[in-house]
Design a protein around this ligand. Structure first.
Ligand SMILES: [Zn+2]
Length: 283
């Protein structure tokens, strides 16, 4: 499942192909993905200029000249392909129409944006731009982990008294938006905090120390172009999968890479999901 760095990577790859350009033709090949598309979505998108492509948590937000914003979630295995003429240069030939190409945007400058989503966990909706923050998918989200509102005093206050494991607390999208299983495991490993520790029982300075670590882990992943699991493609249209080097995630049985640690990465299941951590240096 794409996490925040992967969505940000898609946003950065997509922005040059769409920002400032008009959606000359929007094609919607089915009535729904995870949820029904909004009424007349293709008609409402066709002819709209994309003013800005932003992101909130794992949602892409395309602000349109019509006063609406396209809210777009990539789902579990959604692929965004950019093809055709873009900014005067040929980048990728249009792919042959494929099964699961559910939404296609032909842009005025010649780029084609194809959203292929085999499992159909993706979503698109249209909402008035001035009400986007109150959209039902976005209204309950906590601060952006890379934004100014996510700081040490905030996290310490938010986790005070919480008796859930720290891993579950960080996955709670109301606490911080956009963190998923992979980067929570990575951040806790780097911070030396056991994923099993109750959030409210961790000393405040250690909780505060999670803030720069979370930012660093995410920033590094974005810098690396986003990591890629399963059949996820990069937004620039390349077919190659980017494989990010994780320190703990997916490394059960491997030596712990922390400086001076002789431990072994272990896997446990928490709330039905795998947690990877080092029982020796994560306390
Ligand atoms: Zn270790």
């Amino acid at each position: 499942m794409p996490e925040l760095p992967e969505v940000e990577t898609v946003r950065r790859g997509l922005a040059p192909a769409v920002e400032g350009d008009v959606i000359a033709r929007a094609r919607v090949n089915r009535p729904d993905l995870r949820w029904p598309f909004p009424d007349r979505m293709a008609e409402r998108l066709t002819g709209a200029r994309v003013i800005r492509l932003g992101r909130r948590s794992k949602y892409l937000l395309a602000d349109l000249s019509t006063g609406e914003t396209l809210v777009w979630h990539l789902g579990m295995s959604g692929r965004v392909l950019v093809s055709g003429r873009m900014l005067g240069d040929y980048v990728h030939d249009h792919p042959a129409p494929a099964k699961h190409d559910h939404v296609v945007f032909d842009m005025g400058r010649g780029a084609r944006i194809t959203f292929n989503d085999a499992r159909r966990f993706g979503a698109m909706d249209l909402v008035a731009t001035d009400r986007v923050e109150s959209h039902w998918l976005l209204a309950g989200l906590g601060p952006e982990p890379l934004g100014n509102a996510f700081d040490e005093p905030y996290l310490v206050a938010r986790l005070r008294g919480r008796m859930t494991p720290i891993k579950a607390a960080l996955l709670d999208q109301r606490v911080v938006a956009g963190l998923g299983n992979i980067y929570v495991c990575e951040a806790l490993h780097r911070a030396g905090i056991s994923p099993r520790r109750k959030a409210g029982r961790i000393a405040a300075p250690r909780v505060a120390g999670l803030v720069p670590v979370i930012r660093q882990v995410l920033a590094e992943a974005i810098e690396a172009g986003g990591s890629s699991l399963r059949d996820y493609r990069q937004a620039d249209g390349e077919l190659g999968y980017f494989q990010h080097a994780f320190r703990a995630y997916g490394r059960e049985g491997a030596p712990c890479p922390a400086d001076g640690c002789t431990g072994t990465i272990a896997r446990i299941v928490q709330s039905g999901r795998s947690t990877f951590y080092c029982p020796q240096c994560q306390r």
